[in-house]
Ligand binder design. Structure first.
Ligand SMILES: [Zn+2]
Length: 311
């Protein structure tokens, strides 16, 4: 456990996959801690948390989930059972959480979706199979208290941060942004297009970064990696990264239709493990869709396959 400014504590939990850890935060409040994010619901999650919270002292008054990805939502139900504290989660984020983790047909839907974007049959099963490794370790809290951007939880303002996840919410108080995976220091947060995601996640993300720049927090506490001492500069870097990637995407488009799967080789190379390819395809598609929204590319759907051409 690390002690940060303003009495905030950071508890870092191991992750079985990259980046190998996730940060959770204890924010001090009048009635006890507001605990932000929960780690994966590994079989020993309750024991791990019981030990960590004993060290932290004081009780947990509120549990807040920033977004529904496994490393953030996974142990929410465990923590609710352990502490009795209510779980807060964004309206849109909880809807997507149920759609993905509460829905046995989700893998089938992902399979269809990768097919639609040109992934060959033999590869599709491998990509989607790998995506369910976390499924047994997601114990999200059913019927949480639903909140939206602009509301406050224990004095912290909720700030919409779509892109990495459509319904992701950050928390802001005294110029400290608890940033979840909206801003990461050395890693570029993935921004992918997924089935049932909003139409233009990268457009959402670039706008959300503009909002971060306007808010100009002094410091950002990310879900992974070091504390970010200049969030505005980091937000600008991430915008620049995507601007360059959009240029690469335009350069890879021509008069003949190309699928998201094909384009992902231009943008991310050919040496990726299945999990890497899964994110590469989703990320390629978020860029292609941004270009469609800008009028710089065209999307075609023909015979059950989506392709993109230069506009
Ligand atoms: Zn994360």
């Amino acid at each position: 456990m690390d002690e940060l400014e303003g009495g905030i504590r950071r508890i870092t939990l191991p992750l079985p996959t990259r980046p190998g850890h996730v940060h959770t935060y204890l924010l001090p409040g009048d009635d006890g801690w507001t605990l932000v994010d929960t780690g994966v619901g590994l079989p020993d999650a309750k024991e791990t948390w019981a030990a960590a919270l004993e060290e932290a002292g004081s009780r947990v008054a509120t549990i807040f989930v920033t977004h529904f990805h496994p490393d953030h939502v996974g142990a929410a139900a465990d923590l609710h059972e352990l502490t009795g504290a209510p779980v807060y989660q964004g309206v849109l984020d909880y809807a997507q959480c149920e759609l993905v983790w509460g829905n046995p047909a989700w893998s089938e839907r992902l399979l269809d979706w990768f097919h639609l974007h040109g992934t060959p049959d033999d590869v599709t099963a491998e990509l989607v199979g790998q995506s369910s490794v976390y499924r047994p370790f997601i114990r999200y809290q059913r019927d949480p208290i639903l909140v939206e951007a602009g509301e406050h939880v224990d004095g912290w303002e909720l700030v919409a941060a779509p892109g990495h996840a459509d319904g992701q919410l950050c928390l802001l108080k005294d110029d400290v942004l608890v940033a979840a995976d909206h801003l990461l220091g050395r890693i570029t947060p993935t921004v992918g297009l997924w089935p049932a995601s909003r139409a233009d996640p990268l457009g959402d993300y670039l706008t959300a970064l503009d909002r971060t720049i306007a808010l100009a927090p002094r410091v950002a506490l990310p879900g992974h990696g070091d504390v970010i001492d200049d969030p505005t500069a980091r937000a600008r870097q991430l915008q620049e990264h995507h601007r360059l990637r959009l240029e690469e995407t335009v350069a890879a488009l021509g008069p003949d239709g190309r699928t998201g799967y094909e384009l992902s080789f231009d943008l991310f190379g050919s040496k990726l493990q299945p999990a890497g390819r899964r994110f590469a395809v989703a990320e390629t598609l978020s860029h292609a869709e941004r270009l469609v929204h800008e009028g710089a590319a065209l999307r075609h759907e023909d015979g059950g396959t989506v392709t993109y051409t230069a506009a």
